[in-house]
Design a binder for this molecule. Structure first.
Ligand code: ZN
Ligand code: ZN
Length: 261
């Protein structure tokens, strides 16, 4: 098993429940050697810009780094940028100002609606929404200097709740275009383990996307928990790694010499 988890949230995110120190303690219990604390940076459409106070974040992180390094845990800094391609100047300024180890690019908003809600499908054809989502993923991969593209399946969660499992072959061109962009630009696709046990047949869709990623030139996949509380760290990790290997890809090990970039 790869002993890292490069996507999780602390109390520096609005929806995070545990401190960086609590995440570190749990990581050691799980036998992880590397974790990245990747708190949210969001531009709410028509509303607030939500981001941690990164001076405080780094002060706390640095304190934990020295405290936990001796116990065998490498603590990485990071952030999760929501729809960063729509805010490129601010993203570039933020990345220039702080030394982030792990930069995650994510799609959270589509046409101004949070894709957490199935209302993002209102008045639209389901496959058109899926394709639009993957078109934006391709843009993030091409335009943003990030290492990881998070939760490619995020749009399937509300879609499946409303319409049943995705008919993945019907959106094959858009998905292939997105995963090709991820590979071409040297990004790493994430397999988010949150919903790998979603429902029977669900993992087949994930496996198909991972196979297309492999066929389009991708190799490494970051198997990440996206934990918002310590109990979610490491969840379904072995299921995720099995899926990655079944697709002919490799679970991404941070700092592995085999990793590009
Ligand atoms: Zn996210
Ligand atoms: Zn996240």
């Amino acid at each position: 098993m790869i002993a890292n988890d490069l996507h999780m949230h602390s109390t520096h995110s609005l929806d995070g429940n545990h401190t960086i120190a609590e995440l570190c303690t749990r990581a050691l219990q799980l036998g992880l050697s590397h974790i990245a604390v990747t708190d949210h940076v969001e531009w709410v459409p028509g509303g607030a810009h939500q981001r941690p106070d990164f001076d405080h974040y780094f002060a706390e992180l640095d304190e934990c780094r020295s405290r936990y390094a001796g116990q065998g845990l490498q603590l990485l800094s990071g952030l999760e940028l929501g729809n960063p391609h729509e805010h490129r100047d601010e993203v570039e300024a933020l990345l220039a100002r702080y030394p982030f180890d792990v930069v995650i690019g994510s799609m959270h908003w589509l046409n101004g609606v949070n894709i957490h809600y199935s209302s993002c499908f209102d008045g639209q054809e389901v496959d058109a929404v899926y394709a639009a989502y993957f078109d934006q993923i391709a843009r993030i991969a091409a335009e943003i200097d990030c290492q990881i593209i998070a939760h490619f399946d995020r749009i399937f969660w509300p879609g499946t709740a409303r319409f049943g499992p995705p008919q993945i072959e019907r959106i094959e061109p858009a998905v292939r275009n997105a995963v090709r962009a991820v590979a071409e630009h040297g990004r790493i696709l994430e397999l988010n383990t949150r919903f790998v046990t979603h429902e029977p047949g669900w993992n087949d869709s994930l496996l198909t996307v991972l196979r297309w990623y492999r066929e389009e030139g991708g190799s490494f996949v970051a198997v990440n928990s996206d934990a918002h509380r310590v109990s979610e760290m490491g969840r379904y990790r072995s299921i995720g790694e099995d899926l990655v290997r079944s697709a002919g890809c490799l679970p991404y090990a941070y700092l592995s010499s085999a990793v590009p970039g």
